[in-house]
Ligand binder design. Structure first.
Ligand code: ADP
Length: 294
């Protein structure tokens, strides 16, 4: 056997290609990765450092007129671990370069607009790593399952979303779409923990159980999303999420690949470092008390 690590690159191992069958996915599996948690956690930490370096490069690129950006779209049922990805994966990079946005039930103002309006407003500016905690996909997930609009309305949205994402990618944004897939048993365990621990009660929403009760309908809606919106310009990656360490490792790796794909380098500068160093050395700051510093 080879050593622990990615035996198949994460983007390849996780991509939802034609015929992808969500029902057949083992949510405790670790596609592409051969090691266990003991190997996975330190590897994720090292790749998190690489991610931070690449994000700084992207930020520098944006500051010097570059047009590229990266957008991570996170979807998943309640307790799938979206918040943990934001905390642990995105938490590894400099927050000033991150544009994080969560999408909940649309506000009155948002409802007065097209469903993509709030999404367009939240797209990352050049140089930024954008993160969507939920997204426009809610408009073909909860909206479809809960019957919030007539079927002909949500049915038309898949093509509209594809056209929108094509436009976004054409403008320089790499879109990384991640669906976190947990099993019903693991969700039950995570909900139970929220109920048993007073410090987790704030995370518990009684409505989560109504969503859980519609599990098969959500699986069907997710399958439709994967069938109809996993395009060449903006593919879906389906990450089994019963093992939190794997989900974090996998999303870190997907982002590292996305950023490396931009092939950015440090922006050229017109400063004269030698002259600037000489100026730095020449400046004498008077010390309190009068004595000049050496
Ligand atoms: P979370 O449950 O992720 O912690 P919130 O408490 O803000 O975050 O709730 C998000 C809720 O908003 C989810 O139940 C989700 O289905 C709902 N939601 C998001 N987008 C829409 C939408 N376009 N239409 C209706 N409901 C939506």
């Amino acid at each position: 056997m080879g050593h622990d690590g990615w035996q198949v690159p994460a983007p390849q191992a996780l991509r939802a290609g034609p015929g992808f069958d969500l029902a057949a996915l083992d949510r405790a599996s670790t596609p592409g990765w051969s090691g266990d948690r003991e190997a996975g956690e330190p590897h994720a930490a090292a790749r998190g450092e690489r991610l931070a370096e690449l994000q700084e490069l992207l930020f520098a690129h944006g500051r010097t007129g570059g047009t590229r950006s990266v957008l991570l779209v996170l979807q998943g049922l309640d307790t799938a671990g979206k918040g943990g990805i934001v905390r642990h994966v995105i938490g590894a990079v400099d927050p000033q370069g991150v544009m994080l946005r969560s999408f909940g039930v649309p506000t009155e103002e948002e409802r007065a607009h097209h469903y993509l309006w709030r999404i367009r407003q939240s797209l990352p500016r050049p140089g930024y790593l954008g993160v969507f905690d939920r997204s426009h996909y809610e408009d073909v997930l909860v909206v479809r399952v809960a019957g919030l609009v007539p079927p002909e309305v949500w049915q038309a949205r898949y093509a509209e979303i594809n056209a929108f994402e094509e436009e976004v990618t054409a403008s320089g944004t790499v879109v990384v779409k991640v669906a976190l897939a947990i099993s019903p048993d693991e969700q039950a365990a995570r909900l139970r923990e929220r109920l048993e621990r007073p410090d987790k009660h704030w995370k518990y929403n009684p409505g989560d159980l109504d969503v859980r009760a519609q599990w098969p309908a959500y699986e069907e809606a997710y399958q439709a999303v994967l069938d109809r919106t996993s395009t060449d310009v903006a593919p879906w990656y389906v990450v089994p999420a019963d093992r939190k360490w794997y989900a974090r490792l996998a999303v870190t790796e997907l982002l590292v690949h996305a950023l490396e794909g931009l092939e950015l380098s440090w922006p050229p500068s017109d400063i004269d470092p030698a002259a600037e160093l000489a100026r730095l050395d020449a400046i004498r700051i008077p010390q309190p008390g009068g004595a000049a510093a050496d």
